[in-house]
Design a protein around this ligand. Sequence first.
Ligand code: FE2
Length: 376
Amino acid sequence: METQTAISNKTTQQDFLPLEGTDFVEFYVGNAKQAAHFYRTVMGFQPLAYCGPETGDRDKVSYVLRQNKVQFMFTTPLHSNHPIADHIHRHGDGIKVLALRVPDAASAWEETTQRGGKSFLEPKAMEDEHGKVVLSGIHTYGEVIHLFVERKDYKGAFLPGFQPWNTPYFHTEETGLLYIDHCVGNVGWNQMNPWVKFYEEVMGFRNILSFDDKDISTEYSALMSKVMSNGNGYVKFPINEPAEGKKKSQVEEYLEYYDGEGVQHVALATADIVHTVTQLRNRGMEFLRVPNSYYDDLESRVGKIDEDIAPLRELGILVDRDDEGYLLQLFSKPVEDRPTLFFEIIQRKGAKSFGKGNFKALFEAIEREQGLRGNL
Ligand code: FE2
C-alpha cells in the first residue's frame, strides 16, 4: 500500500546536512569521448570542461557537459591497471558519483561520518586562479559515492584542474532539460530498509513515500520502493529492491547485469515534455511504449489536462494525477547494451509524486523488453 508521510513545516530540528541541490553526476564509461558525443548530439548537452593529459592528468580523461542546471561528467581511464577500469569491467558504463552541492563540505563530511557514513574523501581544498572549491565524500549503496561540493568561492567553469572545453566546429540545440528531479537506486534483496535508515540517520533525509509490492507489480513481477528526500526537497533518492513474483523482477535483471547495486535511473525535468521528447526521439533516443489503449480512457482516469492527447499518444507520454496536480513522464530504454541505467523525462504540473498510476503500464512495457532479452 502506498503511504505518504506529511512534510512538517516546522523546522524545529536543524538540518545537519543542508543541500543546495545536485551539483553533478559522474559516469564511468569505456569511451568518454564517444559517450560525451551521444549526450551532446542526442540529449542536447553543451560542452563545459575537460581534463586529461593536456591538463596534467596522466591517467584518465573527463568531459563535463551542462544543460541548464544538469551537469554530467564522463570519465575513462587511460590504462588497464587504473581502478576505474575495474569498475567498468565489472559494471559496464554506469554512474559512480552523485555529487551534492553544500555550503560547507568539511561540515558535511564531519556530520555524516560521525553518524556512521563511510568516508570516501576527507575534506580537500582545491584552488586555481578562479578561486577555491572544497570537496569531500562518503560511500553509499553499491560502489556509488556522494561527493559534497562547496563552490561558493569559485568563479571558474567547473572545478580546478579542468580547462574550459570549446568545440566551435560542432553545435547542437538543447532539448529543454532543466534539472535533476530524482535519482533512483536499485539495491539487493532486503536491502531497501537498511539504505532508508542510512539516508535517515547519516544524511538526515526523510522517507516521504513508500510503495510495496502490491503497488508496483504486474501479473509477473514486482518491486518495492521508498522515496527519500532531504529537508528542502531539492534532492530525492527513491530506493528500489526486488520483490517476489512469478517471474524475474526488473530490479533483479539490473542487479545481475550491473553485477551489484547501483543507480537505476535519473529523472530529468522539462517545462515542455512534448517538445523535449520530440527532440530526443528525432535525434535517436529510444523510449518505452505503452499500448495505445492506455490513451483511450486517459481523461476519465486523470481528469482535464492542459495538453492535447494526440501528441501524448503519438510520443507515448504518460500522465498521472495526485492531490496536488498532475505530472507527465516517460522512461527511455537503457542507454547501454547492458539493461542497466536509463533516463526518465518528467514534467510536473503541481504533482509531487512519482506516477504511481503509471507503474503497471510502465512495468508491463519493461517486461516486454525483458522478455525480448530472454530475461523474464
Ligand atoms: Fe523515476
